[in-house]
Design a protein around this ligand. Structure first.
Ligand SMILES: C[S@@+](CC[C@H](N)C(=O)[O-])C[C@H]1O[C@@H](n2cnc3c(N)ncnc32)[C@H](O)[C@@H]1O
Length: 165
């Protein structure tokens, strides 16, 4: 994702070094530009398929399309319910959606530095205004995040919603 207005594109791709660090072969990328992309996923859903309406199977890589304010929430909900994979979202730690959904992941990694995303022509985008967070669900994802050395690893297994007390 990038710092974009809703009218702008979702065609910003995850840099390859993130996948090198994660060292995972994913079963599904449910929000993909199409087959043959460098995301290491055995199966993809594109905008034509609509990855939100299909069932997800196996270890998922999810970098959701930009959808304006709260546009990623349906993707995050589906990711958390699926419970097996790694998601990339902006580390917008003051946003309501971040507190409502990103904090429910079992593990989190806040990579050091700003992640520059890749355009469809292969060029590298400008440094965004904020960082990203990788969210982990399930044993394989959590282990990959723990070992990736991209940044600050957070084990969130004992997360407590104090409003429930
Ligand atoms: C931020 S890019 C991430 C691409 C790739 N997964 C990656 O990590 O580099 C989001 C992608 O989702 C695609 N997309 C948009 N709406 C979608 C939908 N409803 N279902 C599946 N893919 C969608 C866009 O075309 C775009 O390629």
């Amino acid at each position: 994702m990038q710092e974009l207005r809703p009218s702008e594109t979702s065609e910003w791709y995850t840099p390859k070094y993130i996948f090198d660090a994660l060292n995972c072969q994913f079963d599904l990328d449910p929000c993909s530009p199409g087959p043959g992309h460098w995301v290491p996923a055995n199966k993809v859903y594109t905008i034509e398929d609509d990855g939100l309406v299909h069932p997800w199977e196996g270890l998922v890589w999810m970098n959701p399309p930009f959808g304006g304010r709260n546009g990623q929430v349906p993707w995050l909900k589906k990711f958390l319910i699926h419970g097996n994979g790694i998601a990339l979202v902006s580390a917008l730690t003051s946003s309501g959606w971040f507190h409502d959904w990103a904090t429910k992941a079992e593990t989190l990694v806040f990579p050091r530095g700003k992640t520059k995303f890749i355009r469809p022509d292969g060029s590298v985008g400008k440094s965004p205004g904020y960082g990203i967070v990788l969210l982990g669900m399930g044993d394989r994802a959590n282990k990959a995040l723990r070992q990736c050395k991209l940044g600050w690893f957070v084990d969130n297994m004992n997360w407590v919603d104090f409003e429930d007390d």
